[in-house]
Design a protein around this ligand. Sequence first.
Ligand code: HEM
Length: 478
Amino acid sequence: MLISIVLYLLLGYIVWSFLEKNVIGIRNKVKGPLSLPIIGNLHQFASPHFTFDQMANQYGSVFRVWMGDFYALIINDIDLYKGIYVKNNKLFINRPLSPGFQRISGDFKNIIHSPNPVWGENKDLVKHNFTNKALVGPTKPIFEKHMKILVDKMDEAYDQSKLFDTKYYIERCHMNMVLDFFTSSHVGYEHDSDEWVAKFNDSLIGVVEDARYGDILSSVGFLSPLYKRKLAGKRPSNQNIIDYLDVELKKHKETYNPELKRDIMDALITSFDESKHDRINYIIHDFFLAGVESQVCCCEWFFIYLSTRPEIQNKAYEELKSVFGDSKVVDYSMKNKTPYVNSIIKELLRIKTPLPLSIPRIAEEDVTINGIFIPAHTLIIPNMYHIHRNEKYWSKPTEFDPERFMVENETSLPYIPYGLGERGCIGLNIANSCLYHVIATVLLNYSFSSKTLLSLEEQSDLVIHPKNRSINVILKKR
Ligand code: HEM
């Protein structure tokens, strides 16, 4: 008898869950793929950016999916995206409070995941360090140092007729620019730093895993105890980086001089009240997490796409040479004089958008935007990958063509790799500057090719790296 009651209740729950996700209620006015009872569309989240790109072709500007118990809207249209992220920014300023994010952010002490008011306080105290004007002075010697090492390493490979291991050196170069700028520290370029780099990468991979398990298991109410059990007593996956930053913070405080701002860590020690110093490491961890991975990803695609396009490399080289003459050192203040190189970077960020589905936000209250009703607590997932590849906006969108940005009305293109609005990427200027230095320095000093055709296949993750990340190229001196 008891078993029958339980089975009836379970059946009732399954039927109700199916109807709620597909048939009844105002949410189902927005079309979307069939959702399974209980899990919704979680089974389609294995390669979400591919799946959502295809679904967008079928459903148009917006469609709904269910992540377990959570209703989510996938935004495929630039006008709707701007309606939400720019015109109604205040209603979508927060991100979902997922347990995965909670673990890696020291209980929401950082910028990426924290809700207001912590987010607002942190951002206000940090953002003045990231304007182009504030960046020029402190970053110049850092770029000079690491670009010199990068060229030395390319020279070494060239002189010894060896292939240039882009993964190894480009990854270290981005890590070091970021580490130096934020904490005045860096890892070596030799193999004795491999262990540190591996730990760092493991932490980053772990963060993605934590977020994924956290989101998936905890999105189905009755599975969330499993998540808590799985993680009970385990260190957060990013603890290695946090421990490293703890040591750096201690050293910084011991040698702190309010008259001298050595790096961003010093700037945060100055700006944050002593009682909030426990936020500093989580904020700097954000910058590693958000910065290094997406910049490395962009450069990986740079070597892949350009290794078979000598004509693009040559055109960029001629442009750089016309600006920098015989100097082999890039000067960032001349960036506006190299529109073609700038277009290469934009085209890379368009065609292989590093964060293809951005970082989700959540609706604070019910609102109707461009005719779409968005109930409070809806998850908003911008389909940037699709917007960047939609034929409605771009001709031959799957072709790599920097010329598409060499037009007068370039700013009207739906180009949004860094997001938009008040909660868009805070690191946009530093990212643009790092990418410009690395890409222009390589193009000014060397041309490159590959023995084999490098695959365009993507790893499906929060950041879209190439599936094969060992990219070794043959260098030819300019
Ligand atoms: C190619 C490089 C980069 C790309 C494509 C990128 C992209 C993005 C995107 C799409 C977002 C989400 C914006 C939104 O919710 O609308 C974001 C947020 C963020 N990015 Fe970046 N980013 C890059 C580099 C960096 C760098 C170098 C830093 C470090 C200084 C950084 C720090 C952040 C932070 C802290 C956030 C969270 C902002 C907030 O929640 O207020 N990013 N980024």
